[in-house]
Design a binder for this molecule. Sequence first.
Ligand SMILES: [Zn+2]
Length: 81
Amino acid sequence: MQFKDIQGHTHTKNLLIQTVKENRISHAQLFLGPEGCGKLALAIAYAQYIACPNRTETDSCGVCPQCQKYQKLVHPDLHFV
Ligand SMILES: [Zn+2]
């Protein structure tokens, strides 16, 4: 999941991207909102963005091995609780 695949949430995407740019990634993030609002997609896109070694200013590359594992939801650092 890449940020470009998620409709809206521009402000939240920018906030999340900014944390990576400023090297201020929190040890935990809570994505809260009504069912179907896109919070899970945002969380996965954020995790993929953090892990991608070829990320751009605004999104993960979507093609590297890290991104491919996130897109298949099989990356070893991706856990659902
Ligand atoms: Zn990538």
